[in-house]
Design a protein around this ligand. Structure first.
Ligand code: SF4
Length: 451
């Protein structure tokens, strides 16, 4: 085989295929979210594991050129470190064919769409890892799992995984609402760790049967107990909204635990949710289908028109189902604890002011970050932080638009780029930012400045 053919054959090892029964390796992103996704896979017969994170960062940096953005280095480090450990643990029993590496991708202008291919090339430099295939979900088909599981399971798996993602979001929101006000330091984290373990095993047990009721009941129990940890004597703190690139803002190790840092300086945080991104991707898919239908209509192509209308109808139902389930999960928590409700995609688009600030047509996370930040300001938040990997294109756009807008409104705003290095002035920047947020809140409360 000539070299080019060999390269193409190897890249085929980035593909979708039935992963049932193989050990699916998930790089950790949001702590609760990745665990619940793994539990959903296990419920459907895929022994998924969440890899230890951030231990292999030096490996990730060694095998990249420096032109990639930070999430690529972190995830590459995670897989190389995991495989190294497995080789040591299993010795001659190490069999690469047992594993499948899971690395989702996105379409659009971002480098993220190429990272699983790049990581394939890196894995191929190790002869013993060449037979480990890489599989993915893609934004292109709104994270459809078709091909990853047998057809009769795929649709149901996606639904369970979606609900698991929403539950992980509300677990996070419970922590962020309770921890800054807890009666005894550490009680929230300790309890939520136990709750997360209980939720993982529940998803594994009832996921395939889609017993959403059982999951909702557990969510409600957790919220009820956690609400009791709030010390009513502690006054409400300035509320900070985090927007930005999805991996960096949800991966505590990569963002040097920015949520806790802000809490340490006296703020209460709400980070943008994972479901917001999934809903956005689903919403964009529906728009694409509508565009296809309009095109087929203009071309008078009846067959294409029928097909486009049919797929659009299916997607519309799916999107409505997601919105309904998300409301259900939040409603159970809101009975006991006033966590921040999530933004709907329509609401976010409304804050883009008819395309004056940004447009969904351009896509990328910038649309969500700009709209989401403005929605937070409207909801009375006292500061916005934009968290992103150094050189991230959509987040740089977001910063260019948000900074002057929020300056005009006098809302404190902070850019927080990360690339794995520790910046000596970060602590001071965060402390000053929370101080400004407190001043902004006090001015509002005293009615000195109306926005
Ligand atoms: S969104 Fe940002 S971090 Fe993600 S691939 Fe694109 S440039 Fe990199």
């Amino acid at each position: 085989m000539d070299e080019r053919k060999m390269d193409t054959a190897r890249l085929r090892l980035v593909q979708r295929f039935d992963v049932t029964g193989r050990v699916l390796l998930l790089p950790r992103m949001t702590p609760f979210g990745t665990r619940f996704l793994a539990a959903s896979f296990r419920a459907f017969g895929v022994p998924a594991v969440v890899m230890e994170t951030y231990k292999g960062l030096s490996l990730g940096k060694e095998y990249t050129s420096g032109k990639e953005c930070f999430p690529c280095q972190v995830t590459l480090g995670d897989i190389l470190h995991f495989l190294q450990q497995e080789k040591v643990r299993l010795g001659p029993g190490f069999d690469p064919r047992r594993y499948v590496y899971f690395l989702p991708e996105s379409d659009g202008p971002c480098r993220f769409g190429m990272y699983n291919k790049l990581q394939r090339l890196v894995l191929d430099t190790f002869p013993e890892y060449r037979d480990i295939p890489i599989t993915y979900l893609s934004t292109q088909d709104a994270y459809s799992v078709a091909g990853l599981l047998p057809a009769e399971k795929a649709r149901y798996f996606r639904r369970v995984a979606y609900v698991a993602a929403v539950i992980a979001d509300v677990f996070d929101r419970i922590v962020w609402r309770v921890r800054p006000y807890e009666l005894r330091e550490g009680m929230t984290d300790g309890f939520m760790e136990e709750a997360a373990r209980a939720m993982e095993s529940l998803i594994e047990r009832v996921g395939e049967a889609r017993d959403f009721q059982a999951m909702l009941d557990l969510v409600e129990d957790v919220a009820k107990t956690a609400a009791g940890f709030v010390d009513p004597r502690i006054p409400r703190k300035p509320r900070i909204g985090i927007v930005g690139e999805i991996y960096l803002r949800t991966h505590p190790e990569s963002n040097q635990d920015i949520v806790r840092e802000i809490e340490r300086h006296g703020g209460e945080v709400v980070d943008a949710s994972i479901a917001e991104w999934i809903n956005f991707v689903s919403h964009e898919r529906l728009r694409k289908m509508k565009r296809n239908a309009a095109l087929a209509f203009r071309r008078k192509d009846r067959r294409a028109l029928r097909q486009a209308l049919k797929t659009a109808a299916v997607q519309r139902v799916e999107n409505a189902w997601q919105a309904w389930r998300q409301r259900q999960v939040y409603a159970r928590v809101l009975r006991h604890l006033d966590i921040q409700p999530d933004h709907s995609v329509r609401e976010i688009e409304k804050f883009l002011d008819g395309g004056r600030h940004f447009s969904f047509e351009i896509g990328t996370e910038a649309a969500l970050s700009i709209g989401g930040a403005l929605a937070h300001v409207h909801e009375g938040f006292h500061g916005i932080v934009n968290v992103f990997p150094f050189t991230c294109m959509p987040s740089t756009i977001c910063s260019a638009i948000l900074k002057p807008l929020l300056l005009q409104k006098r809302v404190p705003y902070l850019d927080a780029p990360y690339d794995g290095t520790v910046q000596p002035n970060r602590e001071v920047a965060l402390r000053t930012f929370v101080y400004q947020a407190r001043q902004y809140r006090d001015r509002q409360q005293n009615g000195k400045r109306r926005i």
